[in-house]
Design a protein. Sequence first.
Length: 94
Amino acid sequence: MATLVDFDASRFLASWQDGDTPSWVMAYQNRPEGAPRSQRVPGALRVGAHVLAPWKTGARYPATLVDWDGTRFLARWDDGDEPSWVDLADFQTD
């Protein structure tokens, strides 16, 4: 556990409760205390899966699913774009 003590417009400085040296972390690497930790959802989608995820335009691009909040996955895009949340419903196909 950590307390976020600073923000530099893209990262948070985490002060670790176990006494480790403070370090910078990205927003998607943080989870508020008490937030759901479920890693699995129905079907093959899960945190850690490498998938073709739907981008804002509807096109699909390679990404790794790095977090799940109960209704959305956080996709870390292979091309280096900033990670973004993708609704589970957007993964459904007709």
